[in-house]
Design a protein around this ligand. Structure first.
Ligand SMILES: [Zn+2]
Length: 212
């Protein structure tokens, strides 16, 4: 396929599905003030991603753009968000990742700031919403990275921890910033966002109770 054919309109079903996920996550208030960005893989070298600065509750397929996994927009008139670097990093690390959803929820922001090291969770039925988890009994860890305005440096930190096999769940937190969750397709990635946000809300409420 030529670069010319790589426009959102060439992928109407994926574009529409991505817009619907944006509306759903935006309505949950997980991408306020035009924050967050959401993408779906098109093939081994390209993804479709939301343009930056768009209201996620209102966007449509015209607000999406096609980028290659080197971080370049195929339409030269468009400039991708700096956060594209973490999406492309994840797609390159694992060929089975089909969608990456990045949210800015209040809970993920405060919980990651209040947690030293990684976040450890155990005993929650909702852990089973995350692919590969079959019981509430296992302790699971969500990797937390310090925030960095240099997204390339942040992506390198993610690559390093991925190589060490220390990212074991389909999501990671950036401290004081938000969640990146992924899945084999948009539906699974969305389930992971919902499951993780639920778990974060539980963990935060428990933390508050401990400090009363
Ligand atoms: Zn962000």
């Amino acid at each position: 396929m030529s670069a010319k054919q790589f426009t959102p309109t060439a992928f109407p079903e994926k574009a529409q599905a991505l817009v619907e996920v944006c509306h759903f996550l935006g309505a949950r208030d997980w991408a306020p003030a035009t924050g967050g960005n959401f993408s779906v893989r098109l093939d081994k070298a390209h993804c479709l991603i939301t343009q930056s600065g768009r209201d996620k509750t209102k966007l449509n397929t015209d607000d999406l753009m096609v980028c290659n996994l080197s971080g370049r927009a195929l339409d030269p008139a468009l400039r991708p968000s700096a956060e594209l670097a973490l999406h492309t990093c994840l797609y390159q690390l694992d060929a089975s990742i089909g969608a990456v959803l990045h949210t800015h929820s209040v809970t993920s922001t405060v919980l990651s700031r209040a947690t030293e090291g990684d976040l450890h969770l155990q005993g929650f039925e909702m852990q089973k919403a995350l692919a590969g988890n079959l019981t509430h009994e296992d302790e699971i860890s969500i990797a937390i990275f310090d925030n960095d305005q240099d997204m390339t440096a942040l992506a390198e930190c993610v690559q390093q921890r991925w190589a060490q096999n220390s990212i074991t769940q389909p999501g990671l937190l950036v401290r004081g910033h938000g969640l990146y969750a992924w899945g084999t397709d948009l539906a699974e990635a969305r389930r992971h966002v919902e499951g993780l946000e639920f778990l974060f809300a539980c963990a935060w409420q428990e933390k508050l109770r401990e400090h009363k």
